[in-house]
Design a protein around this ligand. Structure first.
Ligand code: ATP
Ligand code: MG
Length: 265
């Protein structure tokens, strides 16, 4: 379980102090596919980066399975991050490594601590192959990222994020660079991982349609504050905040546009 209490994050720049997150309170249960939705600049990335301490909160607590992680440093921090997978909009693969060696990378980092089957190159490669099988790319192991489509690159990033058997996966706009069909296939893969491996998903998106497809709960964030939270059904059927209604309206506009384009073809 992820419990966020009275979380604040301010950035101090030459132009002054910017409150990126103000008094955030959230509880994400094990097994949730939890959507964090909001406009650009709302604070979504900052919020998820506080869940793996890529960003140090200014105040407040983040507890994972009961442990306050805000004071974690050094080895504790590395241990935490190996239990939390993360994927991004731009995939962030290592271009100089093959697909297989992208997936073995986190196993190389963790081998000393874990020993066992990850201690040998053969063991790590066998594990990476299993993961590539899981994401449907077993036959692309020897390729380089530049030889793959965007959707395939995101699948490699997902395999890499799963390497250390995380209990939580953070997805920051993971489908924003992909077309509709590829978005659906990646969302289906994330849902399968949630169901079959029990990985809790925190999914950031600016699209309510994406959230609706996979999330069981949704929080809407605006100017660094949670303005709405509830089950996906609640948020869609009875939106409480003006921001949510605006996002819904925008989603329906793009849907109409997509329908018209299809009708025109
Ligand atoms: N390192 C930083 N230094 C200063 N300001 C920052 C920093 N990181 C983020 N911010 C500011 O904090 C606010 C929230 O940024 P954040 O990246 O969390 O937004 P977001 O909701 O993820 O937006 P987007 O949808 O465009 O990715 C923005 O106003 C941003 O400019
Ligand atoms: Mg962002």
């Amino acid at each position: 379980m992820i419990e966020i209490e009275h979380l604040n994050k301010t950035f101090t720049a030459r132009s002054g102090v910017h409150h990126a997150l103000s008094d955030i309170n959230l509880r994400i249960e094990d097994g949730d596919v939890f959507g964090i939705i909001g406009q650009s600049g709302a604070g979504k990335s900052t919020l998820v980066r506080c869940i793996n301490m890529l960003e140090q909160p200014t105040s407040g607590t983040v507890r994972i399975d009961g442990a306050d992680i805000t004071g974690y440093r050094g080895r504790q921090l590395l241990g935490l991050r190996s239990r939390i997978g993360m994927i991004f909009q731009n995939f962030s693969l290592f271009q100089q490594r093959t697909v297989l060696n992208n997936v073995t990378f986190p196993l190389e980092l963790s081998r000393e601590g874990r020993g066992g089957k990850n201690a040998t190159r053969e063991g790590r490669e066998a594990r990476a192959k299993e993961l590539l099988e899981l994401v449907g790319l077993a036959d692309h192991a020897d390729r380089y990222p530049s030889e793959l489509s965007g959707g395939q690159q995101q699948r490699v990033a997902i395999a890499r994020a799963l390497a250390n058997e995380p209990s939580i996966m953070l997805c920051d706009e993971a489908t924003s660079a992909l077309d509709t069909r590829t978005t659906v296939s990646i969302l289906n893969l994330l849902r399968d991982i949630n169901k079959n491996l029990g990985v809790t998903m925190v999914l950031i998106t600016h699209s309510l349609a994406v959230a609706r497809m996979v999330c069981n709960r949704i929080a809407v964030i605006d100017e660094g504050r949670i303005v709405e939270e509830g089950s996906t059904e609640q948020v869609f059927s009875n939106p409480q905040s003006a921001v949510t209604r605006e996002l819904l309206h925008f989603d329906s506009l793009t849907q109409v546009q997509a329908d018209e384009e299809r009708a025109g073809n």
